[in-house]
Design a protein around this ligand. Structure first.
Ligand code: KIV
Length: 272
């Protein structure tokens, strides 16, 4: 079904709710630096997520846990300088909001003040209720994140599909309702059964953005390096690769090495 798209000069949290109401699917992608954010924004992606996946993709850590608040602010401020249209959401990193709600608010304020981003994202449901309440109370838009929440990877033990069992599915549905009631403007659902994700999307009025959560939700998010095929070791079922940049970039760089070795680069026209 094709849906008439409203033009947005700048996407806001209100635009996302409007898109859901109008049946327009929301596109969201990660970016962590100025150059990539410029490309993503120029391609009319609605939301740029400065994800703590930067810890994996940019810094090469095994999990998202090591990235710091200062590092997230650095990434976010580079993205803010690039993006003119997209709404920019920043992950509050592990350890910066779980211990108490006052620390959570301080972290969110630092992100908003020092990076110029528009909203923050936090992982979890009832466990972080007070933090979500306090951040929203200060006027900062909050996006939730349920299902596979990578900051809790050591609790889960694996990156497999979450909420397949009734008890976990029930808690997820209750958490989604609770986040809506607290005033979150949207929720990411990661790696859960498509049927459950659709049920959640239909039960709340705020947009549900899926990653590995099927097509019955209000929008999709991917890590941009995965979509472009730069991270070739990562092959989950939900990932659609639109390019194979790992290979293409490798070939281009090998060609450059050859050209230097063969004294072919630079040629007459490439010098002063
Ligand atoms: O950090 C991230 O990139 C994310 C997305 C996978 C939703 O949280």
């Amino acid at each position: 079904m094709s849906v008439a798209k409203k033009e947005y000069k700048r996407v806001t949290v209100k635009s996302l709710v409007e898109m859901k109401q109008n049946g327009e699917k929301i596109s969201m992608l990660t970016a962590y630096d100025y150059s990539m954010a410029k490309i993503v924004d120029s391609a009319n992606v609605d939301v740029i997520l400065v994800g703590d996946s930067a810890s994996n993709v940019i810094a090469g850590h095994e999990t998202t846990l090591p990235i710091t608040l200062d590092q997230m602010i650095y990434h976010a401020s580079s993205v803010v300088r690039a993006a003119k249209r997209a709404l920019i959401i920043v992950d509050i990193p592990f350890g910066s909001y779980q211990s108490d709600s006052k620390e959570a608010l301080r972290s969110a304020i630092r992100i908003m003040k020092e990076s110029g981003a528009h909203a923050v994202k936090v992982e979890g449901g009832a466990e972080i209720k007070e933090s979500v309440k306090r951040i929203i109370g200060a006027g900062i838009p909050v996006m939730g994140h349920l299902g596979l929440t990578p900051q809790s990877i050591y609790k889960f033990g694996t990156y497999t599909v979450r909420a397949k069992e009734e008890q976990e599915a029930q808690k997820l549905k209750e958490d989604a309702k609770m986040l809506e009631k607290l005033g979150c403007f949207g929720i990411v659902l990661e790696k859960i059964p498509a049927k459950l994700a659709k049920e959640v999307a239909e039960s709340v009025s705020i947009p549900i953005i899926g990653i590995g959560a099927g097509n019955g939700v209000d929008g999709q998010v991917l890590v941009v390096h995965d979509l472009l095929g730069m991270t070739h070791e990562f092959n989950p079922r939900f990932l659609r690769r639109y390019m194979n940049l790992y290979e293409d970039m490798g070939n281009a760089i090998s060609q450059y090495v050859d050209d230097v070795k063969q004294r072919d680069f630079p040629n007459e026209e490439e010098q002063y």
